[in-house]
Write a protein that binds this ligand. Structure first.
Ligand code: SF4
Length: 385
């Protein structure tokens, strides 16, 4: 990654606070000159000066219809932090994994890999570095630790929760197993290590349908995402797969926001738009979609499609990446953002690389880890059949 020019005296800071719009579903079109387009510049250009960066910021700040969540206030300082993190990465033999939902400064400034939880866990395993900085949420750091016990895993985000992973614990699963003794317990990857350890098979949003279809048992208890469980039932019904599926009551607070009413209203405004969604969305929403898939599958769908207008029902980060990486695509009708993912900052990454707090370092009890690993390995077995 190129080194970005250092601070430039005489550049005035943007002093007014950007509007941190909690833009549930903003229903505004993304503008062509987005904040993100500017933010990729440090990565691709060794010539961008802090002055140019600041000018772009000032121009962008005047625009409507972009997510201001990560609008940086001081280009000099941001550039200094990006350079320092990239220097420290080498010194500490660390790799930075950035989930698609984290802020663009991390994705395009310091991230070595960007993707969803499943893809990043594979990157964690395959990377030669001994330290993994997982810019995402805690359950993802735990998954990396389960797979790579010999590596140090650091989770920088201060708010590192997830409404799905936090809605069920080990004791809940133990009680449920007593209540449903003949059921195979299937957990979504968005669960803690302790919950995985109590379950039989893990799934991701990319492989849930295939894995559950391949499990020999016809009695499945799926946890924790109610929407994904209901979407699974709907898919099996459509495809004539007969299984008795019970599910837990958890939801992702980001994806449950999208309603059928909003979808239909946006479709009226953009009748040619292809509608694609994450399976954590409501079943009645997914039913009206042209495609439903994981973050990586949605990304690949857009990459491969010739459609120009897309109504993308998932966290803002993916819409931002699409806008940045496929500028000919017009993303309409987003976005909702995850406060947990967006809590990762460049300062947090600097902290974990220099003086990590106890809470930054992911630890998983060895007995729990071994059992959780079995649950993840069962997923690979059924996904490959
Ligand atoms: S987007 Fe939803 S599922 Fe993903 S980390 Fe945030 S709360 Fe959890």
């Amino acid at each position: 990654m190129p080194v970005i020019p250092a601070a430039n005296a005489g550049i005035s800071e943007i002093t007014s606070n950007p509007v941190f719009s909690p833009c549930k579903i903003c229903l505004l079109e993304y503008t062509e000159k987005s904040l993100l387009r500017m933010l990729i510049m440090p990565k691709v250009s060794t010539n961008l000066s802090p002055k140019e960066l600041m000018q772009r910021l000032l121009a962008i700040q005047k625009e409507r219809g972009i997510c201001f969540h990560s609008l940086i206030k001081n280009a000099d300082e941001t550039i200094r932090k990006i350079n320092e993190i990239n220097r420290l990465k080498k010194e500490k033999n660390a790799v930075i994994l950035a989930h698609t939902y984290v802020i663009p400064e991390i994705i395009y400034g310091v991230g070595d890999f960007v993707g969803d939880s499943y893809a990043l866990s594979k990157n964690a395993k395959e990377s030669p570095q001994t330290t993994i900085v997982f810019a995402a949420v805690r359950f993802m750091g735990e998954t990396a630790k389960i797979i790579c016990p010999d590596k140090q895993v650091l989770v920088p985000g201060i708010e590192d929760g997830c409404t799905l992973a936090d809605c069920i614990n080990q004791n809940d699963v133990i009680s449920l197993r007593k209540k449903y003794p003949n059921y195979t317990f299937v957990c979504y990857i968005n669960t803690t290590a302790e919950v995985k350890a109590e379950c039989d098979v893990c799934v991701t949003s990319a492989n849930v349908n295939k894995v559950v279809a391949n499990i020999p048992s016809d009695k499945i208890y799926f946890l924790p995402d109610k929407m994904m469980g209901q979407n699974l039932i709907a898919d099996f019904k459509k495809n004539g797969i007969k299984k008795d599926i019970k599910y837990f009551n958890g939801t992702c607070y980001v994806h449950e926001e999208y309603t059928l009413k909003q979808l239909l209203e946006t479709k009226k405004k953009f009748p040619n738009a292809k509608v694609i969604a994450h399976p954590e969305c409501l079943p009645e929403v997914c039913e009206k979609c042209d495609f439903v898939g994981s973050t990586s599958q949605l990304y690949n769908y857009i990459k491969a499609s010739t459609d120009k207008e897309i109504l993308l029902l998932t966290e803002c980060g993916l819409a931002s990446r699409i806008k940045m990486e496929f500028p000919d695509k017009k993303i309409v009708g987003t976005c909702t953002f995850c406060k947990y993912m967006k809590s990762n900052t460049l300062d947090d990454i600097l902290r974990v690389l220099t003086k990590p707090l106890k809470r930054d370092i992911v630890t998983v009890d060895e007995k729990v880890r071994v059992r959780a690993l079995k649950c993840i390995e069962a997923m690979f077995k059924y996904a490959e059949q």
